[in-house]
Write a protein that binds this ligand. Structure first.
Ligand code: SF4
Length: 373
């Protein structure tokens, strides 16, 4: 798993080049719930997480970060989500910032992207932080979608390359890139394409919305085993939909994959895996509005078992911020709010229903799809 990339640093942790592939995870608790978040940080650290990501949305999350930093020596990465303007506020309390190029357009619409990135780099330099350029197939910058149409692989690869170019122009080197998708084969394609163009840039691997174990782990293995065995990938996260107190399973799964690849043990993918019903679900973050969404994702999988051979994707997402957009590509989608779950068919919203009402309605829609194919 030796890699020829340059080496970056997150606090005292080197990533890239000859250094071991590190394992990350993310807190699903509300960041401003300091006690719950500290518990989660400790649980992830105990499982061996090298870096722990936390999302911030607002000033009370920023305030909470100060306490979390004081109470824990874990290496912290902050996810700026749509609000990259929070970078300067969170910087003193973290070791790394992650921004999504596809989210920069939400604020300061008249400002050039390169200027926004320059602001982030200035903050990172001032506080000795690493940056992750976190590209995601579910949130591509509008101008790239326009330029590349339905060629998402091209759009996200170009997005990552463009942002690397901005970093290079600014002579900032302490950055890495992630290019994630929910389809493991697309993750392989985009990461290989990126690595061929920029073999010097360390990569953070991830299959986003992989869903629940065991399928979520299998999807992740498909991508990681191929990439890691070809020397691609310097740090990783296994994204799983699990109850919050079991997030440490992401770290365990990541370590198990690394050990297997190092030992030359590779997973045999069952025939037909990925060809029939595909339930994808978000890995949770501090934005989850009702933890019942995790249980609901499990119930959806059970309910939908009757259609296991149907080539249909059902997406279950945990919040109203990214849920509506990230269910657009699925045949049937649920995004979960505090007390209601919105049911969608592709981009069309069918209605919002209680957690105890949604399953039979989803079943009806699935039956209709089954009958029509
Ligand atoms: S869909 Fe919402 S809750 Fe789920 S990981 Fe994305 S931002 Fe977090």
């Amino acid at each position: 798993m030796n890699s020829a990339t340059r080496v970056i640093h997150v606090k005292d942790l080197p990533i890239g080049g000859p250094h071991p592939v590190s394992v990350q995870s993310m807190c699903a608790t509300r960041t401003r719930d300091i006690e719950a978040t500290l518990d989660q940080i400790r649980s992830l650290e105990k499982a061996g997480a090298d870096i722990i990501r936390i999302a911030v949305d607002n000033d009370s999350d920023v305030e909470a970060l100060k306490t979390l930093r004081a109470e824990s020596s874990a290496r912290l990465s902050v996810d700026l989500q749509e609000n990259y303007l929070l970078a300067a506020k969170v910087a003193p309390w973290v070791d790394k910032i992650r921004y999504n190029p596809g989210h920069l357009h939400h604020l300061e619409k008249d400002r050039a992207t390169a200027e926004k990135v320059e602001g982030l780099v200035r903050v990172a330099r001032e506080h000795n932080l690493a940056i992750r350029i976190g590209v995601n197939c579910g949130s591509i910058a509008p101008e790239l979608l326009e330029r590349y149409g339905s060629d998402r692989v091209k759009a996200i690869t170009e997005s990552a390359l463009t942002h690397c170019g901005i970093m290079d122009d600014l002579k900032f080197e302490n950055y890495l890139v992630s290019i994630k998708d929910s389809d493991p084969y697309r993750v392989i394609t985009v990461n290989e394409a990126f690595h061929a163009r920029r073999p010097d840039v360390p990569l953070h691997l991830g299959v986003t919305e992989a869903g629940m174990p065991p399928d979520g782990i299998l999807k992740t293995r498909i991508a990681f085993e191929k990439l890691l065995s070809h020397g691609i990938g310097n740090t990783l996260r296994v994204s799983l939909t699990v109850p919050f107190d079991q997030k440490f399973r992401e770290v365990e799964a990541g370590k198990a994959i690394l050990a297997d690849v190092a030992a030359g043990r590779f997973t045999e993918v069952p025939a037909g895996f990925g060809k029939g019903l595909n339930v994808i679900s978000c890995p949770s973050c501090s934005r989850v509005q009702n933890e019942a969404f995790v249980e609901l994702a499990g119930k959806v999988r059970e309910m939908a078992a009757f259609a296991k051979d149907l080539p249909v994707t059902i997406a279950v997402m945990g919040c109203r911020v990214n849920g509506p957009g990230e269910t657009d590509d699925a045949d049937l989608g649920l995004w979960c709010g505090p007390s209601k779950v919105t049911l969608k068919k592709k981009t069309r919203t069918l209605g919002a229903y209680g957690y105890d009402q949604i399953l039979p309605l989803l079943k009806q829609e699935l039956e209709k799809l089954s009958a029509s194919r």
